[in-house]
Each structure stands twice: as C-alpha cells, then as structure tokens.
Design a protein around this ligand. Structure first.
Ligand SMILES: [Zn+2]
Length: 403
C-alpha cells in the first residue's frame, strides 16, 4: 500500500472508527434553580423532569429557543436554551492525544505516558505493582515500551521493573545514575542486583542522562531532564538515609500541546530548594518559567518533607499524588502537602483512593486537558500520633478528587 493510501485509510479510520463525541447540555452558569424539562417545545407543556446544577444531558437536537435532550435517567424532552448551555466535548483521538496514566500501585510511583504507539513508563512501583494494576495498564502498550525511567533506586519505584522487563519488549532503561549496595547500604543490594540482572538479560544496559538533556520520543512530545543523580552518590551525598536517595531523583519536565507536566520522583526539601535555586530568576519562585507546570506529580507521595518554594515555583493547576489508600502506616499523603497545594489553588488528585485509584489525564494537541478521576475521595493525613510500631495516622482531611 502506498504511503498516500495508508494516510487515507488512517484518516478514514479516525473519522469512522470514533465518530464525533456527543454534545452535552448543562444548566447555565449562575442559575440557582434546575432547568425544567418539558414534553414539548412550549413553556406550558407538561414537565417531565429537571436538569440540576452539575448534571449533564445528552443533546439530541437544537430548535429555536429549545434543546431536545436525553436526561441521565433516560427520559427525553426539551429544555429552554436560555436556561442552559451547550458543552462541546472535544473528540478524543488516541493517535494524537498524550495519555498519562497515574497507575494505582499503592505506595509507589508508576506513570505511563502514551502517544500513539510510543509509550514511556516513569517508575514501576513495588515488587507487587504488576498485580496491583501495572500489568493491566501496560496492556495498552503497542510494540516496544520505548523507555523505562527509574527516578531513583528505592523499591517503591523500581521493585516492579523486573516484571515489566520480563513481560514487555523494553527498548531503553534510563535511571538517575545511582545504584544500591555496599558500602552505602547492604540491605538493598539483592533487589537492586535483581533489577540490573533483569536489564542485562534483555540485552540492555542502564543509562543515565545529564541535566539539560531533551528527549523527543514522538513528534510534539518532549521530556527535559531538570535534575538527576550520579554514580558517585549524587549531589545529595548518600549517607544511607532515604532522604539523600530521594533528593537525587530524576526530575523530568514533560511538554505536549503547550501543556507541561512536572515529574518529581521523591525529591524532598533540599532538592526542592535546589530546583528553585537552579531555575528561578534570582531564586525567586514567583519568576520561574522553567519550573512552571500545569500538572505537578507531587513529590514523595505527598509527604510532609517538601520545599514550599518548589510548589510556589511550579504553581500547578493540578497536583497528582501517588500513594497508598487509607489505613497504611505511612500516612500519605500528608495534610501539610495537600493543604499547601490546595492553598495555592491547585486541584488535587490522588491514587490513594480505596479501590482502583488510577487517574488518567489526556492532553490534546491543542492543549485541552481531560481527566478520568478515581471515584473515591482523597484522604490527607494529619501528623502521626507516635513513631514506631503502633504509630497511628492522625485524623484525615478529605478532599473530593479534582477539587
Ligand atoms: Zn517513593
């Protein structure tokens, strides 16, 4: 088949395979009372239902001053155009929309970026991540997984990588350049060796990329390395404390459709401040075009160890936390992080919901953002009441997803 014929077929496929998404009708902004739905196009016709604030009805037709609609309960009738507004849903296009799935891997990170048949996975959760939902999320991968990124060598970020390597054709593995094992810590040597063995058994090697590297894995999609570690232990010299390892996380700015998504791994206070120092004009978070992003992957599962200046510099519209559901001893996300972000006007999303907590963001080439949010609310925990065994999380604050 010629290239032209292929182009025609794929265009037709896009037109016929998907169809245009239906327009929807909702109650006009500022209107306090529901819109009345009537059996006929007349203000005197019998009422058959009501369309309340926040509800949407499928639009079936438009007539002078009236819309024919199907209500959520299936009834069909007419609403006055002056009481309502029409919402035009953009048609999703999997070939050109960037889809970002924040997989629910409980306490850990696993973020799948998919644009057409190009897929990138940023972190792979703990060793049980595959069963928790990573395996299902990766069913979407077509052809090879172009790059597996591991932001830092902690098990809640690389534990599931061996399963990813065993089950998928992975083309490239990029880490922050750091490893685990003696002399810095003996405990993680086994699991890290297992990861490295899995990489080499696929004929791959572990790569790291210097700060400033810009990747273009698909047309229009870029990822810039804003921070990373190094094989000598990194900028935040590893004392064996988890904090040092977190602070050397690989930090990536994803750019698509004029929208930006900042992936921060587990950076804590020191690395958060260092990002502000490195990228903000006069180290002022108010003037920080390099860090500004529409969406922030909240660092370190929303822990209390964050740099408020980083949140101000990013000034996100959306803040997504990847954490376990309620009832774990880690008490994440913590109220300090969620409140700081909410206070800056960010809309909160968290995989910490009960049940499936995957959150899916779609970014169109025009920069439209659409979310499929977890159904259950976010529980942001107050400070733990005590340390050690028997420690309990303080009372939770709850937020609705996306508010
Ligand atoms: Zn982590």
């Amino acid at each position: 088949m010629s290239a032209l014929a292929v182009a025609l077929v794929s265009t037709l496929g896009a037109l016929t395979g998907q169809g245009a998404a239906a327009d929807e009708v909702t109650v006009a902004d500022g209107r306090k009372t529901p819109a009345i739905v009537r059996a006929l196009r007349s203000a005197n016709a019998p009422r058959i239902g009501r369309l309340r604030q926040g509800e949407v009805a499928e639009m079936l037709g438009s007539y002078r001053g009236w819309y024919r609609v199907r209500l959520p309960n299936g009834r069909v009738g007419y609403v006055a155009a002056r009481d309502t507004i029409v919402v035009v849903e953009p048609t999703p296009d999997p070939a050109s929309d960037l889809m970002v799935t924040f997989v629910d891997v409980e306490n850990g990170d696993a973020i799948l970026l998919k644009l057409g048949d190009v897929e990138l996975l940023v972190d792979a959760g703990k060793s049980n991540a595959w069963k928790l939902g990573l395996g299902d999320a990766l069913d979407a991968v077509q052809g090879p997984l172009e790059t597996l990124f591991i932001t830092h060598p902690h098990l809640d970020h690389y534990g599931g990588a061996a399963d990813v390597l065993a089950n998928l054709d992975v083309a490239r593995v990029v880490t922050n350049g750091e490893r685990r094992g003696p002399p810095r810590d003996r405990a993680a040597q086994k699991t890290w060796s297992y990861f490295e063995d899995a990489v080499s058994s696929e004929g791959l090697r572990v790569e790291s990329l210097p700060v400033g590297t810009i990747l273009t894995p698909a047309p229009g999609l870029t990822l810039e390395v804003l921070a990373t570690g190094d094989p000598q232990g990194g900028r935040f010299r590893d004392t064996g404390a988890g904090t040092d390892i977190n602070n050397d996380s690989l930090v990536l700015m994803v750019d698509y459709g004029g929208r930006r998504l900042l992936l921060t791994g587990d950076v804590e206070v020191a690395a958060g401040k260092a990002l502000v120092d490195a990228y903000c004009v006069n180290r002022d978070p108010a003037t920080c075009p390099k860090l500004r992003a529409d969406v922030l992957k909240v660092p370190h599962h929303g822990s209390a160890h964050f740099a408020p200046a980083l949140f101000r510099a990013v000034a996100p519209t959306w803040a997504v936390t990847s954490a376990a559901n309620r009832g774990t001893a880690l008490c994440l996300p913590r109220a300090e992080s969620s409140e700081a972000l909410h206070g800056l006007g960010a809309r909160l999303v968290s995989t910490s919901a009960e049940g499936s907590g995957a959150a899916v963001l779609t970014i169109s080439t025009r920069g439209d953002l659409r979310w499929k949010l977890p159904a259950k609310p976010i529980f942001a925990w107050q400070k733990r009441t005590a340390r050690g065994p028997g420690a309990k999380c303080g009372a939770p604050i709850t937020y609705a997803q996306g508010q």
